[in-house]
Every structure is written in C-alpha cells, then in structure tokens.
Write a protein that binds this ligand. Structure first.
Ligand code: ZN
Length: 375
C-alpha cells in the first residue's frame, strides 16, 4: 500500500477529537526525525503542537495543519465507524479524511521526499501542526505564533493544507480570509409598568435606531476579491414574556465579517461611536475571532497557480471566501499565505471522505510547490 494512504489511515484511526491529539503528532515527529527534521514539541495547556524544521535561514516555507477533528456525532448516522478508515468504490471514509488528516499526511510524505532528493536545499522547510484548530484555538497556532514572534522567527511563505477545492482537486486556492468580530451588547433601561412609560425607560426603543443604523450601514465596497464587510445581528433578548412590563435590559449578539479595509480595533470604535451617538446606556463585550489577511500577487501565488494548472489543466479560482483558518495567526508574521487541499464537500459531516485518487496526487502537488520554492 502506498505511503500517503497508509499514513492517512493511521491518523484516522487515532481518535483525536479536539483538542486531544491521541498520538498523531508523536507518530509524525518520529517519522520526520528519521528524515533529518529537528522536531520541537510545544505543549500549551491541554494542547500539543509540533514545530519541525529542515535546513537553515531564509527563505522559510511553512506547511501548516491540524491533527484534531470535530466530534463524529452518533455512530448510527455513519455508514462505517468514523475511526475505522474504510475504502468503498475508490473513496476513503473516516472522520478527518478531508479535514485534514489527508492534507497532513500528504505534507509529511512530500517533505520526506523533498529532503531526500534535496538534502542541501536552500532556506528552511518547516512543518507546523496543532491539535487545537477545531476547538477554542487559543493554545494552538495562535500561541505558537506568539512564541515564533518572540524568537524573531521570520516566515516568508505558508501553505495550509485545509480542504479548499470545490469539486476537483486544485480547482480553487484561497489567497485570503475575512476577519471575524463578535459582540455581546447589553443596553440598560429602567423596568416599569407599560401603563406608565414616563416612569420607565424602554431599552428596546432606545436601541432600535442605533441597531438599524448599524444594520443599514455600507461599511465599504469590498477589497480586491473580498466582498463588502457585513454586520449581522444574530440574537436579541429582553423581557420575561409578560406584555405589561417594560423590560430593564436588552441583550443583543452581533457579528461582523470584515475585509482588510478594517481592523477589529477600528470596527469596535466605529460601532461604539454609533451606540454613543444615540445616547445609549450600555456595556459591550467584544470577542476578536481573527484579523483578515490577504496574500497579494507574488512568488507564492505564481508558483501555486503554475502547479495547479499542471495538476488540473486549468487555472484555479483564487478566492478569499469562506470562514477563517489558522493562517490568520501566521499572516501577521509577514508571511504570504495560501490554502490548497482536497475537496471540501464532506467536511464536518457524517461519512466524511476523500477520493483515493486525489489523496494519492496530493503529495506530488505539495512537493512540486516546495521544489519550486526551495530546491
Ligand atoms: Zn480543518
């Protein structure tokens, strides 16, 4: 059996439900050490991370991934055990088959083959893996990035092996991601009887004009291929169900998905300026999920485009859509970041899968990019 299929299966067998690594990282670092990589395990709290490097100095290429998976849900919903890899009709099934144990296995195989063929390659080839991408993601790449920054580690390029392809391998490469910012807003009023509104202050009435101004605002016109920044109210609550009581407080949840025209800090200020201009008595808790990042045209995008054209026969879509990924923590170190990986149709679902054909082509795809950048 070929290497990448075997390694993917070995990883799927390990029940690494976030943030438990379940022995995936030791398996990988043992292999990489045999290939001459220096492997450093960085454990923060409950979370295991691996920083493995081969070579010295610049340029530095990082292969970024995660070994944790989302919970599989009820066993009965799956056609076969999510932690017993099974091939049916040329498709490999199991939790993590697409997101992203296949990508991780392909990174390892590609790296092993590259350093065997080019023991004295230029610069540094690094592999950074975490067991906390699908969970709270605090002690994973976010923490490792802080450590790397303190060490003065520079990173030129970063490839994330997240499943990014739409219908065929290599039809899409992500070249940026939007930022995300959430808030819990509490607007204080004065509770009272609806028959005596002059003795109360209705927080819903107070807040509505401010909320409609925020919801109607055109934050920007987009950025490069990013859509315009969006503001969405996701929950509101006030009152106790009685129709004769003016509530004392209104609680609102909202989220912004934003492009590089904004930083989280500037968005917070812009929102609070609106809240204050309406004279609200409020408290707000902000939760910064990640800043946006964008990789402009340059060597990494050019090399990836050339390789994907060879693999799939046509130019890939270069997209900034989707949610967010751990690349958001590496981009602020000055790295150009892209995401390329298998088809993402089944991720986080039951019967998660990857086509064996695609899996077998992945190490070659990553290897071709590594070779053009570091050989
Ligand atoms: Zn993932």
């Amino acid at each position: 059996m070929n290497d990448v299929l075997q390694l993917t299966k070995n990883l799927i067998e390990r029940r690494s439900i976030t943030p438990d690594d379940a022995g995936c990282l030791p398996l990988i670092s043992e292999r990489l050490e045999k290939s001459g990589f220096r492997c450093e395990s960085l454990r923060y709290g409950e979370v295991d991370n691996l920083w493995a490097t081969h070579g010295e100095g610049s340029p530095v290429l990082v292969l970024l991934g995660h070994t944790d998976v989302v919970p599989p849900g009820p066993r009965e919903a799956w056609s076969s055990d999510p932690f017993v890899p099974e091939i049916r009709d040329g498709v490999l099934y199991g939790r993590g088959a697409a997101d992203m144990k296949s990508g991780v296995a392909a990174f390892v195989i590609a790296a092993e083959q590259f350093v065997a063929a080019h023991p004295d390659h230029r610069g540094t080839l690094a592999i950074l893996l975490t067991s906390d991408e699908e969970g709270v993601a605090i002690d994973g790449v976010r923490r490792v990035a802080t450590t790397l920054r303190e060490r003065g580690q520079r990173i030129d390029w970063c490839i994330t092996g997240e499943p990014s392809s739409k219908s065929t391998l290599g039809d899409l490469v992500r070249v940026g991601r939007r930022g995300t910012l959430s808030a819990k807003l509490h607007v204080r009023g004065i509770q009272g009887h609806v028959a005596y509104p002059e003795k109360a202050r209705n927080p819903i009435h107070q807040a509505l004009p401010a909320l409609s101004e925020l919801a109607a605002r055109r934050w920007d016109d987009g950025y490069e291929t990013f859509p315009p920044t969006s503001f969405q109210i996701t929950d509101t609550h006030a009152g106790n169900g009685a129709n004769n009581v003016i509530p004392g407080q209104l609680d609102v949840l909202f989220n912004l998905r934003f492009n590089p025209n904004w930083s989280a800090e500037r968005l917070e200020q812009a929102c609070e300026t609106v809240l204050k201009s309406h004279g609200l008595d409020y408290a707000i808790e902000w939760q910064r999920g990640g800043e946006p990042f964008y990789t402009p045209e340059g060597e990494l995008r050019r090399v990836v485009r050339e390789v994907l054209m060879e693999v799939s026969g046509s130019a890939p879509e270069e997209s900034t859509g989707g949610g967010t990924s751990d690349a958001r923590f590496i981009a602020p170190l000055g790295a150009h970041c892209v995401e390329i990986g298998p088809v993402n149709a089944s991720i986080h679902k039951v019967d998660e899968h990857v086509r064996v054909d695609d899996l077998e082509r992945l190490p070659g795809l990553y290897g071709a990019v590594i070779g053009r950048l570091l050989a």
